[in-house]
Design a binder for this molecule. Structure first.
Ligand SMILES: Cc1cc2nc3c(=O)[nH]c(=O)nc-3n(C[C@H](O)[C@H](O)[C@H](O)COP(=O)(O)OP(=O)(O)OC[C@H]3O[C@@H](n4cnc5c(N)ncnc54)[C@H](O)[C@@H]3O)c2cc1C
Length: 270
């Protein structure tokens, strides 16, 4: 694996325009670098140049002024995971479950360096953070040919683009979120995990988003306007085609997904 010492170029632009111009050069493979905790130890072989995002004012947490109808909070792409878990507004958001999944995703040292966007890009299918953001219906602002607002559920990483921020939607007082995992130890990343968001009216679950992690390259999203817990377990178990590996068999994963869906939705409807 090459390290960043072998790179030919390091850039630290002070405007998004400049950053984008550097990233879009056709003749030299250039990638963004935020915390560097993923990229520095494992830079892809063909990377020749990096664009450091630290002078672009992309580290913030604030109400989204231009997305009022949709979003409550905008998090700058370069905001570190540690800044996010320490933020009052985020601690109150979605019953504190977003914070729980960040703590479950990265240790204190990693959280101090790793950015939210870098963590989304590098996330595997069993990432608690990615699974939770999917259940919450987070949106990404992507800068490429144009600026676009893309639901995380529809997003695929494109070279030569920049994530500039992550927007979290407004949640009503009746909307709650929950997350559970199965792992070898509490400190390990999940074998499987489930995150959910639902509006709860008289114990009924409406506007349900269930995200299932640990089943492949990306977490799987199941959405229903309204659903009972038994039905949700059945749908989840029947929708998946889990892999077998040295952590767990496909059968174990399938069974645990059923257990976690029941656990998560039961905690929401209480
Ligand atoms: C000791 C150690 C332990 C780790 N443990 C864990 C762990 O437990 N769990 C875990 O999930 N990860 C872990 N990681 C991996 C690492 O923390 C993640 O990859 C990290 O979250 C990446 O964030 P970053 O800001 O450091 O990204 P970088 O390393 O800077 O970049 C990661 C990738 O994202 C791209 N990128 C960054 N910002 C943007 C942007 N705004 N727009 C577009 N592309 C962008 C980069 O080009 C690169 O491809 C660990 C890493 C280390 C060094």
């Amino acid at each position: 694996m090459p390290t960043l010492r072998e790179l030919t170029e390091y850039h630290k632009p002070t405007s998004l325009d400049e950053a984008l111009k550097l990233l879009r050069r056709p003749d030299i493979r250039t990638v963004p670098i935020a915390g560097g905790s993923g990229l520095v130890p494992a830079a892809p072989r063909d990377v020749e140049a990096v664009v450091d995002l630290s002078a672009l004012d992309l580290a913030y947490i604030k109400p989204c002024e231009d997305l009022k109808a949709f979003a409550r909070l905008c998090i700058g792409a370069a905001t570190t995971l540690q800044t996010i878990v320490e933020d009052e507004a985020i601690r109150d958001y979605a019953d504190g479950v977003l914070v729980k999944t960040i703590l479950d995703t990265a240790t204190r040292n990693v959280r101090g360096a790793a950015s939210l966007a870098g963590s989304i890009i590098d996330a595997k299918g069993n990432s608690p953070l990615l699974t939770m953001l999917l259940a919450l219906d987070a949106h990404l602002t992507i800068l490429g040919d144009k600026e676009e607002d893309v639901a995380l559920a529809k997003w695929t990483q494109q070279d030569r683009t920049l994530i500039t921020r992550i927007a979290l939607p407004v949640l009503s007082n009746e909307t709650h979120a929950a997350y559970e995992k199965v792992a070898r130890t509490p400190a390990d990343l999940p074998i499987v995990c489930v995150a959910a968001r639902a509006t709860v009216t008289n114990g009924q679950l409406n506007d349900v988003r269930l995200a299932l992690g640990g089943l492949g390259r990306k977490p799987l999203l199941i959405e229903r306007a309204s659903i009972g817990i038994k039905e949700a377990v059945k749908i989840a178990v029947e929708s998946i085609d889990p892999p077998s590996d040295y952590f767990a068999t496909a059968e174990y994963r399938r069974e645990m997904i059923g257990v976690l869906v029941k656990r998560v939705l039961s905690s929401l409807s209480r």
